[in-house]
Design a protein around this ligand. Structure first.
Ligand SMILES: Cc1cc2nc3c(=O)[nH]c(=O)nc-3n(C[C@H](O)[C@H](O)[C@H](O)COP(=O)(O)OP(=O)(O)OC[C@H]3O[C@@H](n4cnc5c(N)ncnc54)[C@H](O)[C@@H]3O)c2cc1C
Length: 455
């Protein structure tokens, strides 16, 4: 420990190091429940690429594990500390280095908060689409680490679609440049894409070149009430089948709607079994919403209410963004699943989840990025009751099994981390897992980067 601190201090200013044992444990966890975390030896908050390189050289020389962190809003334990590790928090590297309207790119440090970037490019008439509901807190480095999605993915895609190039400090301190800042480029293997979603296991992202789009018109939202989740899923299929391109297509079940009302008095319709929110940012959103409204009615919607204006639309979006925090208030604990299925199987996924809730005698609220087939079943339970906790874990696992059975994936956007590492092997298969392990050891032969995550 003394040798580690001495070597770190040799290349870092005093304020970049936190060693106080009363403070370092506060960096142990991200926001996932029930994921093991160790106690860090030290927390480092670098401000430059050179400082990150110094940390990684030190870690390699002394064989100390390193856990990169952004804002720790992750929901899979992927940023959790391991015992005796260096927590490398990138939040102080938070400069937007360049915004180029001609090249339609932004160059940023990893600690830039998603919403800060979105607002900065917005002022220039540009748009950075990936918008996790945690966008006011989470960082671009974390978004890249987990390949984050968000509400707009049904039209604009996920973080991976917007990362053009990266600067990465490798485990031994070398600096790697991947990708490009050009509109096209196919030179060599796509290492940039490999880093997206790698959960801090391959290198430390210290700079990112991100693609921007022209800012679309403000979106208008429609809310449709359904007598069952199956009817709402039927509407989702009709909307996509008819070739519509909504900028948002989200579903909240009855439990979620009630939880949001209870937490934030949003005035959502409590009698509904499922509420579908659909938005368009097209030149004539009202016309698109009218067409979608008819499709919702054909699927059995009992009420279809287009928002009158942008302000009312924003309220509905706020309601959707508060779904996860609201479900967290239903019981003393939650386990948030993140299963993504082909859109055509969304109804089967949601009905199957309801059957799992009944089987285990639990409350499981579902909110979903319905247009992506990405469901977030939230298992709500009393963590002081051992039997209920056991049933919660079992139901969480059955939800993932159901997702795989329906041709889906165990995680659409939250990542594997600690929470789902037992399940990764099932999804990848033996050959896939072996190759992924080989890739990990090519980048990190000593296994120092974020150990215990993914595999
Ligand atoms: C209320 C709430 C709503 C959410 N909504 C969404 C949503 O809609 N969509 C979604 O996808 N997620 C969502 N999340 C999950 C979370 O916000 C995202 O996963 C986010 O991308 C994490 O960013 P972060 O800065 O907090 O990263 P962290 O949690 O700190 O880290 C995430 C991963 O990235 C790695 N990492 C961080 N920085 C770097 C770096 N510079 N170099 C290498 N690796 C790095 C970490 O090691 C870890 O593996 C939500 C979370 C909450 C609490």
């Amino acid at each position: 420990m003394d040798a580690l601190l001495e070597r770190l201090r040799a290349g870092l200013p005093a304020e970049a190091l936190i060693t106080d044992p009363d403070v370092t444990p506060s960096y142990a966890h991200d926001m996932a429940s029930f994921c093991d975390a160790g106690t860090p030896a030290v927390v480092v908050l670098p401000r430059s690429v050179e400082e990150v390189q110094h940390v990684m050289r030190t870690a390699t020389a002394l064989r100390v594990p390193v856990v990169p962190q952004g804002a720790r809003t992750g929901l899979s334990g992927a940023a959790n500390a391991s015992d005796g590790c260096i927590v490398l928090s990138l939040v102080k590297m938070d400069r937007i280095l360049e915004i180029s309207p001609v090249d339609r790119i932004a160059v940023v440090e990893p600690g830039v908060v998603n919403a800060t970037l979105s607002r900065a490019v917005g002022e220039l008439g540009l748009y950075y689409p990936p918008d996790p509901s945690s966008w006011e807190m989470c960082t671009i480095g974390g978004n890249i680490g987990t390949a984050s999605g968000g509400l707009c993915c049904v039209k604009y895609g996920v973080t991976a679609e917007y990362v053009l190039g990266l600067e990465v400090v490798l485990a031994d301190g070398r600096l790697l440049n991947t990708g490009r800042r050009t509109a096209k480029g196919v030179a060599g293997y796509d290492l940039t894409r490999l880093f997206v979603g790698s959960e801090g296991s391959l290198g430390i992202v210290v700079k990112a070149v991100l693609a921007l789009r022209p800012r679309p018109p403000r979106q208008l939202v429609l809310a449709a009430e359904f007598p069952s989740a199956a009817a709402a899923c039927d509407a989702v299929c009709r909307i996509m089948e008819r070739g519509h391109t909504p900028s948002l297509l989200e579903l909240m079940d009855r439990t979620t709607v009630r939880a949001v009302n209870a937490m934030a008095s949003m005035g959502l319709p409590e009698s509904t079994e499922a509420l579908l929110l659909c938005a368009f940012d097209t030149p004539d959103p009202a016309a698109d919403l009218a067409a979608v409204g008819e499709l919702c009615k054909a699927s059995g919607a009992t009420e279809v209410v287009p928002a009158d204006d942008v302000a009312e639309s924003e309220l509905l979006l706020q309601a959707r963004r508060s779904a996860l925090p609201a479900l967290e208030t239903v019981k003393s604990a939650t386990m948030i699943d993140d299963v993504c299925v082909p859109r055509s199987r969304l109804g089967a996924m949601i009905e199957g989840t309801a059957a799992i809730a009944e089987k285990f005698g639990l409350t499981i609220g579902v909110c979903a990025h319905a247009g992506d087939g990405n469901t977030h079943p939230v298992v709500c339970f009393d963590h002081t009751d051992p039997d209920e906790s056991r049933r919660a874990r079992a139901s969480f696992d059955e939800i993932m099994a159901l997702g795989l059975e329906l041709g889906g994936t165990i995680t659409g956007e939250h990542g594997v981390g600690v929470l789902k590492k037992e399940w990764l092997a099932r999804e990848l298969g033996e050959v896939g897992l072996e190759l992924q392990r080989g890739i990990k050891s090519a980048f990190d032969p000593l296994g120092l980067l974020n150990p215990g995550k993914l595999f």
